[in-house]
Design a protein around this ligand. Structure first.
Ligand SMILES: C[S@@+](CC[C@H](N)C(=O)[O-])C[C@H]1O[C@@H](n2cnc3c(N)ncnc32)[C@H](O)[C@@H]1O
Length: 261
């Protein structure tokens, strides 16, 4: 009897291990490498001394994302799915679709049939304002819808519903109910507008994960992308407190999130 219990316990633990296997995050980021031979050499060399620099070189090309941030995305999304929160999944600012692929793969692993909607201008960032500081510029991260489709095909995952255009033109097409939002739009006005639109549709228990919420000094915005924190802090002033998720590996960006009460 005892041994049956033990076997059951081991099996259960193994199941959890299989379900929680998030190695695909690194594979997705790795597979998108598009480095010159000089950069590849630099990756090898710097890796000998400093793991952080390695990641910096490795991921700067195609995605602004990191493994740590991917793991946070994976765990928060898993939470919403496991808790059966009502609604669909939304990404605001998908660029070439890499984080959207992490979302889709996570949903597939958890056998979730929820729809994924991604929104982007595909013309890069809109005009910035004084809240955004000096570095962000209009047109940065410009790409096209086809690169998202190509990347989804490359990873053999079901394509998302792609909403092509500026948020103020497309966010009227948000799903009626939302359980999870990945907000990655960099700019103050985009972040504020997106929050105003998605929050009312977010189910109780639903999560908004905010990329680039703060810098290494956790009580301050990141110097390069200051507008995101300003927009979030203003929007959530009398609502949920934005909690910080340490996700820095090279560039000092940390995520924030709220779970709707
Ligand atoms: C940091 S990138 C997203 C990166 C992506 N999530 C990833 O990690 O692969 C920010 C994206 O937000 C989009 N964006 C910012 N403001 C926008 C707006 N007002 N309307 C539509 N797209 C916007 C930009 O076009 C850009 O592709």
């Amino acid at each position: 009897m005892k041994s049956i219990k033990l076997i059951k316990k081991i099996l259960k633990q193994n199941m959890i291990f299989v379900i929680m296997n998030n190695k695909f995050i690194k594979d997705i980021l790795d597979a998108n490498l598009n480095l010159s031979w000089k950069e590849k050499l630099a990756v090898k060399f710097t890796n000998l001394f400093n793991k952080n620099k390695f990641f910096h070189l490795q991921y700067k090309k195609i995605t602004m994302f990191s493994v740590e941030r991917g793991i946070n995305l994976y765990h928060l999304l898993s939470q919403v799915i496991n808790e059966n929160i009502l609604g669909e999944i939304v990404e605001l600012g998908c660029y070439e679709g890499i984080t959207a692929i992490i979302i889709r793969k996570t949903l597939d692993q958890l056998k979730s049939k929820k729809k994924l909607h991604v929104f982007d201008s595909f013309q890069g960032l809109p005009d910035t304002s004084f809240e955004d500081g000096e570095i962000l510029k209009n047109g940065l991260a410009c790409t096209n819808k086809e690169s998202v489709i190509k990347n989804f095909e490359k990873f053999k995952v079901k394509k998302p519903v792609i909403h092509d255009g500026w948020f103020n033109e497309t966010l009227n097409n948000l799903p009626k109910k939302i359980c999870f939002v990945h907000l990655d739009a960099n700019v103050y006005s985009s972040t504020k507008f997106a929050l105003e639109k998605v929050y009312p549709k977010l189910s109780k228990g639903g999560i908004i994960l905010i990329d680039d919420y703060c810098g290494r000094e956790l009580d301050k915005p990141h110097k390069r992308i200051p507008g995101v924190r300003k927009a979030c802090d203003e929007f959530f002033k009398n609502k949920e407190r934005v909690k910080i998720l340490i996700s820095t590996n090279y560039d000092g960006f940390n995520q924030g999130f709220i779970k709707k009460e």
